[in-house]
Write a protein that binds this ligand. Structure first.
Ligand code: ATP
Ligand code: MG
Length: 430
């Protein structure tokens, strides 16, 4: 027999038993973003390679070694999106959405990076991206943090994440800082690893981001970007922390937080956790005003963040109890020819009368015993049992599957509908 074909390494199936967890988080994400008046935007998964090179920057991990790039049949170089910020901005520029307007947008979907797969790091992973345009801040920078804070609370993981905050200042401020950083590291070359020696030439700020414990000390003693910020950048930063203090949101200043991408300015932040090993950043973002011009737009403002959904779900899974709903509320058992025939009709009547109820009808026959086993396995709260005798009397039995104290009842079909209307948990939004 030929070998079975397997999924691509680092790209995962989400099996039916896992989808309730995903849907739980997705529902909360939609609700929270809705509460702040954000609109969804849907974007292509493939873009021209040039878009990512120009926005993310040639000397970043993503563009240097992580992109899935290929020539299409016309010979154009295309890339599976490694992140959503570039595509979102490309779309808004292309459709003229940034002209004298403000926008609060979000998107959700898979991203692709050719990294070494490990826990919390995949080659296809999902992100929630939130992007805002046209607002100079600092209030909008703070609003994004409020959204994330609310999301953690609703998901029950507020005490598992910490907010880290920094300012990267303006490009000009960063250039000055970059020079002193380079001279500092040049004085400590023997303490730099191979990656950092390379970055010293290309992207020295990224050295601060190193995950190599052997470099902890040399990084800890490096000059701090905060000391190179001008008045405007400092004022912006202080205004954000004032808002956070005012609203009781705790944060840590982390002067080593530089983010991997070149396009950030002023505010940068990450939400980190200690519960997921070395893949501890769940959510990251910041202000990237300069990217708009870099992609051909007029000077404007942009701030946003991206959240890794697999890491988010891994955190939710560390909770003792996740309130997940089964995808079946009621399971219908049909034994006998008349019951099989009448059962489908009765099931349609139930679905008409109780919108939102999840009713699964046993298909493919089987003995009462085998159907009952399937009912139990389905996760349903109640089984509806239809035999030929019951059906000919216009009746049905309802058997509670999760509560041994509740008795089985024989009811008329109309009474059964009323019973389900009252007794099935979690409707009508389930
Ligand atoms: P890291 O430092 O972990 O590589 P990053 O800086 O490359 O992260 P971003 O580009 O800021 O990550 O993406 C935002 C979020 O997307 C990350 O904080 C993380 O939660 C998630 N993410 C990034 N890369 C991956 C991946 N390969 N697999 C799973 N999630 C990822
Ligand atoms: Mg990365």
């Amino acid at each position: 027999m030929a070998n079975n074909i397997q999924a691509i390494r680092g790209m995962h199936d989400v099996l039916p038993e896992q989808t309730p967890l995903w849907q739980f988080a997705e529902t909360i994400i939609r609700e929270v973003l809705g509460a702040y008046g954000y609109s969804e935007i849907r974007l292509p998964i493939v873009e021209k390679t040039e878009l990512f090179k120009r926005s993310i920057g040639e000397v970043t991990d993503i563009v240097e070694k992580e992109m899935y790039t290929f020539d299409d049949r016309n010979g154009d170089s295309l890339t599976l999106r490694p992140e959503g910020t570039a595509g979102c901005l490309r779309a808004c520029l292309e459709h003229g959405l940034l002209h004298n307007q403000v926008h609060r947008l979000w998107y959700y979907g898979p991203m692709y990076r050719h990294e070494r797969p490990q826990k919390g790091r995949y080659r296809q992973f999902f992100q929630l991206g939130v992007e805002t345009y046209g607002m100079a801040g600092p209030d909008i920078d703070a609003e994004l943090i409020l959204i994330m804070e609310r999301l953690w609370k609703k998901l029950g993981i507020r005490d598992k994440v910490r907010l880290q905050l920094n300012s990267l200042g303006t490009i000009a401020e960063r250039m000055v800082y970059r020079d002193s950083l380079v001279s500092y590291f040049q004085g400590h070359l023997e303490q730099l690893d191979e990656d950092s020696l390379r970055r010293l030439e290309t992207n020295p700020l990224r050295i601060l981001d190193t995950k190599n414990p052997a470099m902890r000390e040399v990084v800890a003693n490096a000059p701090e970007l905060m000391n190179y910020l001008g008045d405007d950048s400092l004022e912006h930063f202080n205004a954000i922390t004032t808002i956070l203090n005012d609203l009781g949101i705790s944060y840590e200043l982390n002067s080593r937080l530089v983010r991997g991408l070149d396009y950030y300015s002023k505010t940068v932040f990450e939400w980190v956790t200690d519960e997921l090993g070395s893949q501890g950043t769940v959510c990251a973002g910041g202000r990237y005003d300069g990217l708009i011009e870099q992609l051909g737009g007029k000077p404007n403002h942009a701030v946003g963040f991206a959240m890794g959904i697999e890491r988010l779900l891994a955190l939710v899974e560390t909770l003792d109890a996740v309130p997940l709903k089964s995808s079946v509320d009621v399971y219908m058992i049909r034994v006998g020819e008349i019951a099989e025939q009448q059962g489908l009709r009765f099931a349609e009547a139930i679905r008409n009368d109780i919108p939102g109820l999840k009713l699964q009808v046993n298909c493919g026959g089987g003995s009462f015993k085998s159907q009952f086993k399937k009912a139990d396995k389905s996760g349903a709260e109640f089984a509806l049992i239809l035999g030929d005798d019951e059906v000919s009397r216009g009746e049905v039995s309802i058997k509670p599957l999760r509560n041994a104290e509740q008795p089985q009842q024989q009811l008329s079909q109309q009474q059964a509908i009323e019973f389900l209307q009252i007794n099935v948990q979690g409707r009508p939004n389930g």
